[in-house]
Design a protein around this ligand. Structure first.
Ligand SMILES: *Cc1c(COP(=O)(O)O)cnc(C)c1O
Length: 382
């Protein structure tokens, strides 16, 4: 039997071989393994240079200054640092935060923990397309709102938010904008100044880099203060202590540099595959699109299959690596809170699957998936 078709790129991507090759230079005794914080010898300086060169690669992709990049263990930690770090540092100015019900759990659960700490949170609901409108944000703003946190691209639906319009409303209300861009890097253009973004979380493993590393963009501004969550040696200008993982960081830098050069080509390749997939679905009955494709990245497609149960369909599609909504929910049988949030009826939400395509997806894999889907649906509906 051949290996399963991997259509779960939104959960994680394989490391690009070019990235793996770069990472391998920073591991062993022959390589650059020293502590990048060691200031007293050449190996330490070389490691520091690798870290700083990766910092520039990450900054370049998002139109930032390298001094605005804070390394973290991933987007989850970056989200925690942005929300908790900013709210705690600014508690004298205001206690109110605005976010939405369709954010990743890394934002949703951090906001809930801030509620426990005495902060107040307003939870925006999206429109039917899965987008938070600037009008909805304007209505939620208060005199004491200090932070707005909204994602760039939704991980279950692929919906893209109008960041400049949302930033304008946040700023007009005296708040800063945090954006979770884990699903946006390499998929849509990101430019901190042009889009009005003050804080932004990114991750390496969603863009063909390694798991376990990410970053928080923190706009350089005297008013931009964050309280550290992890205390120690004062690394990353005191915002995030801990010895920097040189190999992970160099890998993330390379992955971001490749995304800068090839992201557009990747998306064109993926769009053609997504359209081939949609065309192949046309003669199947009872298939609903949860993703509003005019407002979404081409690499994520969320579909509901009438008359079947999502879990049974997943089982029948053993040859295809897929997920029902977000990976973090795959242990529970509750319908996805994101699908519920855009008003998908429970019956259809429970019959929904997320197909996510990537750099290494082929036409043959799309065709194999269509054939498997056809077969599974006939079997389950009989
Ligand atoms: C994957 C993901 C995260 C978590 O990123 P990690 O680097 O795995 O911690 C956060 N937000 C979104 C939107 C994601 O897709």
């Amino acid at each position: 039997m051949s290996a399963p078709v991997y259509l779960d790129y939104a959960a994680t991507t394989p490391i690009d071989p070019r990235v793996a090759e770069v990472m391998s230079r920073y591991l062993t005794r022959e390589g650059i393994f020293a502590n990048p914080a060691s200031r007293s010898h050449m190996p330490g300086w070389q490691a520091e240079q690798a870290v700083e060169s990766a910092r520039r690669q990450v900054a370049d992709l998002i139109g930032a200054d390298p001094r605005e990049i804070v390394w973290t263990s991933g987007a989850t930690e970056a989200d925690n640092l942005a929300l908790t770090g900013y709210m705690r540092a600014n508690r004298a100015r205001g206690r109110h935060l605005v976010t939405s019900i369709i954010e990743h759990k890394a934002v949703v659960d951090t906001a809930k923990s801030l509620e426990q700490e005495g902060f107040e949170v307003s939870w925006l609901t999206p429109d039917r397309d899965g987008r938070i409108t600037p009008e909805a944000l304007r209505d939620a703003m208060r005199d004491d709102t200090v932070l707005v946190s909204l994602m760039a691209v939704n991980n279950e639906l692929g919906t893209i938010h109008d960041l400049p319009a949302l930033a304008e409303v946040a700023h007009a209300g005296g708040a800063v904008l945090h954006v979770d861009a884990a699903q946006a890097v390499g998929r849509i253009p990101l430019d901190m100044a042009a889009q009005g973004i003050d804080l932004m979380s990114v991750s390496a493993h969603k863009v063909y880099g390694p798991k376990g590393v990410g970053a928080l963009y923190v706009k350089r501004d005297p008013d931009m203060r964050l309280e550290a969550l992890i205390h120690g040696g004062g690394h990353e200008r005191g915002m995030r202590s801990g010895t920097l993982p040189t190999h992970q960081i160099a890998g993330m830098g390379e992955a971001f540099a490749i995304a800068g050069r090839e992201g557009e080509d990747d998306q064109a390749h993926i769009r053609a595959l997504r359209d081939r997939f949609l065309a192949g679905l046309e003669d199947l009955d009872g298939v609903h699109r949860n993703t509003s494709i005019d407002h979404a990245v081409p690499n994520i497609l969320n579909l509901a299959f009438e008359g079947v149960d999502g879990e049974s369909l997943l089982m029948a599609l053993r040859d295809i690596a897929l997920s029902t909504g977000s990976a973090c929910n795959s242990a529970s049988v509750e319908p996805s809170y994101v699908l519920k949030g855009i008003g998908v009826p429970r019956r259809l939400a429970l019959a929904s699957l997320r197909f996510s395509f990537g750099r290494f997806t082929t036409e043959a894999e799309i065709d194999r998936t269509l054939a498997a889907l056809r077969h599974a649906l006939i079997g389950l509906r009989r």
